[in-house]
Structures are given as C-alpha cells and as structure tokens.
Design a protein around this ligand. Structure first.
Ligand SMILES: Nc1ncnc2c1ncn2[C@@H]1O[C@H](COP(=O)(O)OP(=O)(O)O)[C@@H](O)[C@H]1O
Ligand SMILES: [Mg+2]
Length: 305
C-alpha cells in the first residue's frame, strides 16, 4: 500500500531524509519513531505530495507521489503536524468543507459518521475556537478520514494534548486499522509500542532499526542499567565490590553514584544489595535506569557498522 525506495530530501546541503526504504501493507499500522529533527515530518510531506523528493521514489496505493500526486491525494488522508484551524467554523461545517473539497457528493451522512467516530457528536455545532487541543486533534483525524482513504498518514497526533485525550486519540487510531493502512509518527517509544503493529526507528534521516514492538524492545535493551548510590565507600572501592558480582559488565561514576551495566536478562538487584552490605558499606539508593529514546538511539547507532 505504501512502497518507499531510497527516498531522499536534501534541504540546501542537509539530508533531512537520507535514502530511506520501507513498505506498509493493507491493514497495518506502521509507526515512525524518532526524536525531533529525525525526518519524520519531511518523509510524510513527501508521501502526501506536499513536497517533492530530491531523489528516490515512493508509491502510495500504487501511484507515484511525484507523477500522480493528484491520484495519491485522493487516496491519502493526512493529519499534519499542525492542524490548519478555521476558528469560526463549526465542527460539522469544517468536516463538511473537507468532504466537499475531497469530492464527496452527498457528504452529510459520512460527515456525521466520522464526527461520531472521533467522539465529537456532542460538539457538532460548536465553533472550533471553543474546542480543546485534544478535540481539535480528533477533528483533524476526522478530516483525514472523511473520504475513506486507503492510506492515512498521521504526524504526531498526540503531541501537546492531555493524557486522557491521548488515550482517546490512540484508540481512534487503533480503530482505523481494519480498513486502512496507517503511518503514524511519534517520538514516544511506549506510544509506538501500544499503537503500532510494526515500528521503524528513524534517526538523522535514516531508518536505523525496524521490527514489531516486541522484538524491537528485545533488540533495543541489550544492556540493562542500574543506578547505585553507596555510603561509606570511595568510588574506587565501590567499583571493586560491584565488579565482583557475576553478571556486572561495567561500572562507571555517575555524579555522586555509579551506573552499573548488567548482562542482558539478569536482575542483579538483590545480589548487589547483599554484597554492598557484606562489604560494610551502606546502600542508599538502587534503581533501574530507564533508557531514554536518545540513549536507545545512541546505543543502536553506536552498534551500526
Ligand atoms: N523546509 C525546510 N527547510 C530546511 N530544513 C528543513 C525544512 N524542513 C525540515 N528541515 C530540517 O530537516 C530535519 C528534519 O526535520 P523534520 O522532518 O521536521 O523532523 P521530525 O518531524 O522528525 O522532527 C530537521 O533538521 C529540520 O530542521
Ligand atoms: Mg515532525
């Protein structure tokens, strides 16, 4: 449904998107996971025909995004990073406006249907200016699907909205899965895991890892870390004790405390606590270090050939 081959966008001399290739098939939610500046929006704008690629090609629903951009637009729904707002339109008027722009002949029923799908029926006649950010985001989602496109491209649809609304937007996206191919971007690892069937990790314009959420998580966290704060011992002495625990791979100073790298799959918290106490020191703090997305990228990029 989406076929991307060596797609590239260079701004000036900067390759924002650098020879990326991937496919997405019917009924699949594919996540685009990457930090700010990774190239997610630029890729999506090329796929929706808003900007031309510098090189490479992309087909959406069988049509080339450059040569057949008119056909592509008919078959794609797009929720851009910033939803264009028309504050003085009503919810109904806005969706009807988009439906007509998309060429729907008698849009009334479909307009009400999508308003219902994003749970805005009770706000049907409200002005857009009076909607919360989350409601506007759902309105943008309704706009993107009103013409029942085969492919739906959603650019960070949960950014800047409150937690309850995040859940509602994610549910609306999951509900689209049956009949559409969805490309969904986010910079939040847990969100990609929850929403997507398959995740592409994009970093500096390149796809650096790809897989189902479950196998990515295994790939991504090869090296669990603990933060340990020990009283009564110098860093040097503490490191000697910690390195004596089987399964500890390395230890490095981290401010007042230490970061302990543990062999994948082991939980050494009990053993570490016991050894520190046995050595006559005090264990003041011991906790897993959550890897940030940035750590994960550095980890992956560092391991790339
Ligand atoms: N129109 C543009 N002109 C110049 N540089 C751009 C333009 N759009 C995006 N960029 C740059 O391309 C890179 C990728 O941006 P973007 O695709 O928006 O990333 P993301 O959506 O993943 O945050 C960034 O470094 C950004 O500054
Ligand atoms: Mg973006």
């Amino acid at each position: 449904m989406i076929e991307v081959n060596q797609l590239t966008k260079v701004f000036g001399t900067y390759p924002a998107v650098d020879h990326i290739s991937f496919d997405a098939s019917h009924g699949e939610i594919v996540g685009f996971l990457g930090p700010n500046g990774a190239g997610k929006t630029t890729t999506m704008r090329m796929l929706t025909g808003f900007i031309p690629p510098t090189s490479g090609e992309a087909k959406v629903a069988g049509f080339d995004v450059l040569k057949d951009s008119f056909e592509v637009r008919k078959r794609v729904g797009y929720l851009p990073e910033t939803v264009p707002v028309y504050p003085d339109m009503t919810v109904y008027g806005y969706i009807k406006f988009w439906a007509e722009l998309r060429g729907l002949r008698r849009p009334k029923r479909r307009v009400d249907e999508v308003i219902d799908m994003v749970q805005l029926t009770s706000r049907r006649n409200s002005l857009i200016r009076n909607l919360s950010k989350g409601m506007r985001q759902r309105l943008g989602l309704a706009q993107a699907v009103v013409h029942n496109p085969e492919v739906i491209i959603l650019d960070e649809p949960t950014i800047g909205i409150d937690p309850q609304q995040v859940i509602e937007v994610r549910e609306s996206v999951r509900a689209l899965r049956q009949n559409h191919t969805v490309l969904f971007s986010t910079h939040i690892l847990s969100e990609a895991e929850q929403v997507c069937d398959r995740v592409l990790i994009i970093h500096q314009g390149r796809i650096v890892a790809e897989g189902t959420p479950a196998n990515l998580r295994r790939k991504l966290q090869p090296d669990p870390r603990l933060y340990v704060l020990i009283g009564g011992a110098s860093h040097e002495k503490a490191i000697t004790v910690l390195m004596g625990v089987q399964g500890v791979e390395s230890v490095e100073p981290n401010g007042e405390g230490l970061t302990v790298h543990v062999r994948a799959g082991l939980d050494l918290r009990g053993e570490i606590a016991a050894r520190i106490t046995q050595a006559g020191y005090q264990l003041l703090e011991l906790r897993p270090v959550a890897m940030t997305l940035e750590d994960i990228f550095l980890d992956i990029v560092g391991r790339m050939p």
